[in-house]
Write a protein that binds this ligand. Sequence first.
Ligand code: NAG
Ligand code: NAG
Ligand code: NAG
Ligand code: NAG
Ligand code: NAG
Length: 654
Amino acid sequence: MKLSYSTIIFQCLLACASCALPTLYEYYTGDGISSGLSVDQPYFTLNGKNITIYGGAMHYFRVPPQHWRDRLRKLRAAGLNTVETILAWNIHEPRNGYFDFGSGGTDMEAFVDLEGFLTAALEEDLLVIVRPGPYTCGEWEWGGFPSWLLREDTLKVRTSEQTYMKYVERYFGNVLPILAKYQFTNGGPIIAVQVENEYGYNSDIDKVYLQSLVDLMKSNGIVELLFTSDGASSGTAGTLPGVLFQTVNFGSDAATSFHILEGLQPGKPVMAMEFYPGWFDHWSEGHHTLSDSDFRANYEDILGYPASVNLYMFHGGTNWGFFNGANIGPGDNSQFQPTTTSYDYNAPLTEAGDYTSKYDIIRELLVLYNPIETLVPDPPELVERQEYPTLSIDGYLSLENIVANSHEIILTTSTLSMEQLPINDDSGQSYGYIVYREGGLNISAYSNLTITGHIRDTVMILINGVLISSSLSSSDDFNNFGYWRLENSTITLTTEDLTDATLDIVIENFGRANFGNMYHQFKGLMEDNRVFLNDEELWFWVIYPLEFQSSWTKNLTDWNSVSSDLPKGPGLYKATLTVDDDHTDTFIDMSEWNRGVVIVNGFVLGRYAFIGPQQTLYLPGPFLQTGDNDIVIFEHFEPASEVKFSTDAIFSNP
Ligand SMILES: *[C@@H]1O[C@H](CO)[C@@H](O)[C@H](O)[C@H]1NC(C)=O
Ligand SMILES: *[C@@H]1O[C@H](CO)[C@@H](O)[C@H](O)[C@H]1NC(C)=O
Ligand SMILES: *[C@@H]1O[C@H](CO)[C@@H](O)[C@H](O)[C@H]1NC(C)=O
Ligand SMILES: *[C@@H]1O[C@H](CO)[C@@H](O)[C@H](O)[C@H]1NC(C)=O
Ligand SMILES: *[C@@H]1O[C@H](CO)[C@@H](O)[C@H](O)[C@H]1NC(C)=O
């Protein structure tokens, strides 16, 4: 075949058309860097050039670090120019005064490599918006607050109260200099920094607090644009007009929110900092989805306005381990709603990084609306997930075996919450389970155990190592003994007289509230959770914290061998997954199990509950090692006989 001259010219033009495009970073910095993001006119400029921010949220700590590059490239390949992330104080300062930014040796060490993430974003040709908080909500445990803050009696989060500010000052003093280094005008990707988060929804508005945060940011070297984000209905309650640039958060009806924002901030550009392409799930709810047509219409309303917009979330990822947040009603714990481990969010990229039709819509619309052409990479190819062979259980540890391995045993004659335990360098216990034991009890037939107040959050009762409380049979059980909704809950313990019996009360922290009435976030037994055996108050406890820290779980030996008839929970059930060199991502299908957590090679992957909607746990390939891998399940009630895998996420709709 003979190529015509015109074909050759055309092919050459095509090739050169794309190779001639500057990268995003070249486009904005080609002539040197003299200024950052500016809102001094009704549109954004960056380094003096017009820019519309097309952002997508992806939280570094919700994505396996080995997959950061892949997800960031997918974000850029969609045509987006900015990645937005919140920070999570509780994984950067897991114990009072002990910081981890990637080499601190904590179980989240690999996830908290903030500099690694910012470097990857820059190298993937993305600008970055950061929201360091200190409160960042995000459906993350206690909105990002470390639980050891609860140990300070007078401390009041999200206010200018002194003890709280003392800790904020120290945390910001450690984290902000890292962010400062990566600012745009210092040659990095960060173009804007948010102050607090949706502060307008807070019950006590403390503007002195907001100003102190601004001062701390500046004194720690933050020079880029400072802003706040709130629902439009909050007006200026959550911001400092004239000091902080304001953005709005919404899921639909862009024009209404933008008109309000323009009224509050005339002559400034408008931006949706959180525009919701999907939503998160609580346990026992239906899986939330937003249709493609609604998504397209809402997104196009924003693009056509025209306005800048950040998709919250572009890629949701996972609430690893015990790090899910919860919603909560006013007052007590009765309206507690824990968020699932999956933070898939029905986002444009799924929890496991798959493209969705929303991804295609974004790509299509940005080509239409973005007037600035820069070099955009091709969407990376997907790596196939594997459905590993079904495994049988090869080891078992009873609760008695588990507490026998406890390296912390606390004796007390009063109720002590997990946060108040004198462990972890006096930072208390942050996450997991806590066992309150009392031995030597004479219990007459039909005795009743009563726990006053609302449990925080779920409880299992054992007598002489045998589970007395019921398995989870449906989400209606949340109204019964064992869960948070009942005030003063009672269970009948035995049908016969028992002497010298041992009572175990196992309490699960199901995640601290990240939004709403989130001040009183103690877990385990508090002063208002008094325990009565009939009319007699029990007050002598032996406490075993069950944190499932990696070093501890990996240390567990002497697993009991099991037959096909597995003992009931609570207990640890182990299976061994053997993989070869080319192990890739998978999902663990927990639909046949009842309620608990899954731990892979010591790392707590997350929680499961058959009531759904989440039925599978995302297991990234990089968490596995060639050879044998320990899959350990802490099941509260009814173990299944096998561990199954699935190539795809499964959601049930109760
Ligand atoms: C920047 O955007 C504004 C508002 O759309 C427009 O008036 C102006 O011409 C643009 N400047 C350049 C250099 O494109
Ligand atoms: C429990 O019962 C045993 C046997 O009747 C008795 O010896 C013991 O004193 C009782 N313990 C308590 C705490 O009442
Ligand atoms: C326990 O509660 C049940 C139901 O209220 C009651 O019938 C029973 O008498 C109680 N047992 C004791 C020992 O008080
Ligand atoms: C729970 O018990 C407390 C006393 O411990 C009592 O004041 C309160 O009214 C009880 N609540 C309910 C709902 O029974
Ligand atoms: C692991 O086991 C070793 C040897 O028994 C012990 O010294 C160490 O403290 C254990 N580590 C943890 C975290 O329990």
